[in-house]
Design a protein around this ligand. Structure first.
Ligand SMILES: [Zn+2]
Length: 145
């Protein structure tokens, strides 16, 4: 085997890998745009009382025992995080919807808010390719993965 042949093969394999990774990233971005758009078309939550009630109902459905402090905001918001005595869930604007609450609660249920990643890239890959699509599927369709 001559070195030109090996070099050509290595270049070909590297090109195919780069195309595969690029296609995965593009497909993931398109899927996320589609799923996040779908999330925003469930019933709107208009008051803090309504949000508290939805969080209570949906967290029971998922078997979450930890205390969750929910806050309705005026601006666009959809996030959850762990705090010292439980979790916080913030929604607002166009994202103040039951499906977004379900999405955020699924992150809590799966421990996505608790994870400490070894490095930033591992966290980014896990978030984009596992945690977000999984939470979207539950938020929109009720599918538990
Ligand atoms: Zn999410």
């Amino acid at each position: 085997m001559d070195s030109n042949y090996i070099s050509e093969c290595a270049t070909g394999v590297a090109g195919l890998l780069a195309m595969g990774v690029g296609e995965c990233i593009a497909a993931s971005i398109i899927l996320e745009i589609f799923l996040h758009t779908k999330l925003a078309f469930s019933r709107k939550i208009n008051t803090q009382e309504e949000l508290t009630s939805v969080v209570e109902e949906e967290s029971k459905r998922l078997g979450i025992d930890a205390p969750i402090k929910s806050t309705l905001h005026g601006e666009l918001e959809g996030v959850c995080r762990k705090n010292y005595d439980g979790y916080e869930l913030h929604v607002g604007g166009w994202f103040a919807r039951r499906s977004v609450v379900k999405h955020e609660l699924y992150h809590i249920c799966k421990g996505d808010c608790d994870t400490g990643y070894i490095n930033k890239w591992a966290g980014r890959i896990s978030f984009n390719f596992v945690e977000e699509p999984r939470a979207d599927l539950y938020g929109i369709f009720g599918i538990k993965l």
